[in-house]
Design a protein. Sequence first.
Length: 457
Amino acid sequence: MFRKIIFLASTLALLSQTVLAQLSITISGSKFMVEINKQTMTAKIVDYYYNIDDHKYPYSTGERYFKDKTNNTTLLIPETANIDGEEYTITAIGQAAFAGYRDFIYIKIPETINEIGDYAFFRTALREVYVPSSVVKIGKRAFARCEDLKRIVLPANISMNDNVYGDCNPKLAVSIHHDPTKTETRKIQQELLAKATPTTSDIDENIPVTSHRAENTFAIIIANENYQNDPDVDFALRDGNTFKTYCQQVLGIPEENIRLQEDATLNNIRSLVNWISMVADAYEGDAQIIFYYSGHGVPDDKGNTNLLPIDGTAKDPATGYSLHTLYQKLGSLATRNVCVFLDACFSGKQRNEDMLVAARGVRRAKEETPIGNMVVFSASQEDETAHAYPEKAHGMFTYFLCKKLQESKGNVTLGELSDYVRQNVLKRSTVMLNTTQTPTTSSSPKLLTQWREITIK
C-alpha cells in the first residue's frame, strides 16, 4: 500500500509538470488562445480572438461566420509563443481553432506545425492554402465548407481523412508537393503571401522627383529577406528597393552612386564596406554617405550586436557582421557626414515578435556609440522589436522614414526626420500592436550639438 501511495504521488507530480494551461497571446496584432505543455515546451493554438469557448462542435462557432467580415489579408500563424520569459514552439492547430472566422483569405502555416485538428479551418474564407511538409496529420473536415477555396497544396505521405476539404468550391484544385525543401516551401508561401499583400503602398506612389543632383552622395542599401538558416524577414526586399527609389528621385543621388544588395551574404557586406571606403578616399573628405540596412539583427551572449547576412545563423552570432566593426569603418572615413539607417532590432526577436534566438542565451544588446561624422537612426530600442507594417507592405520604420521624405520632398533636417519617425512609429505600434517600438537616433560626440541641423539632401 505504501508503494502504491508513493507511485501515485510520483504520478501526480509528473502530471503537475505537464499540465496544459490555456493562455491568450498577441503576436503581430493577432490574438490567439494557446494551450501550452510545460514539459515539452510546445503549444497548440486552440482559438483565434479567444472569445469562443466551445471547441467540440464546429456549428457552435457559427456566430463567427456572421460577425466577422472578409478582409483581403493573410493570417500569419506564429512559430513560437513567448510566455513569462519562456519560449514555446507552436506545433499544432487545435480542433475548430479558426472555424467560422472570415477576416483572412490566406494563411501562412510555419514549418513548426505537425498537426492540424478536426474542423480547424471549417467554413472560413480561405482561397488558397499551402500545407508545409512538417504537417503529418490533418483532422476530419479541417478545410470543409470553405466555399471560396480554389487551391490546396498538401505534402506527400500525409495522414488525413477523405473529407478534409469536403463541400468546398467544386473547382477546387488539390495538388501534392513531393519535394519538401525549404526553397519550395518559401516559394509557394511567398506566392500566397504576395496575393494578400497590397501591390502598392502610398509611399510607393506619387514619389517626388527632384532636379537636384547629389553627385557627391553615395548610398549602400542592404535588403536581407530570404535567409538560408533562419526565418525570413517579411517586406525587407521591398523596403530596400523603395528606399533606393527615394535616394534617386527625392534625394537626387545618381544611380551609379548607389549599391543595392538584395539578400547579402557576409562577403557581400564586406565588399560593400570596402567599396564605400575606397569612394571616401577618392573624394578626400567631400563625400556624403548613406548606409541603409533592412533584415535581421542579432546579439551575442555578451550583448554585442551584429547584422545578420543571409548565409549566417542567429545561433552563431560570429557569422554576422559586427555593428561595432561597421561603425569603426564608416566613422573613420574622411566624409562630410555618414547617415546610417537600421530597420532591424537587436533584441533577439523577429518582425513578428517570435524569438530569433533563445531568450536565455541573449543579454540586453549594448548600445554602440557612433564615431567620426556619423548619425545613426535605429528602428527600435535595444529590448524592442522592429515590426513589420503589413497594411503598408513595409517595415514600420522604413515606411515612416520614406513617408517623411515624401511629404518634405527631401527638404528636411535630421532632427525633423528623427522626431517624425519616432513619434509616428511609437504611436502606430502602440495602437496597432499593443506594444511599443521606439526608434532612436544617436550621433558621434563630434556632432552631438549640431546633428539635428544637418540636412539629408
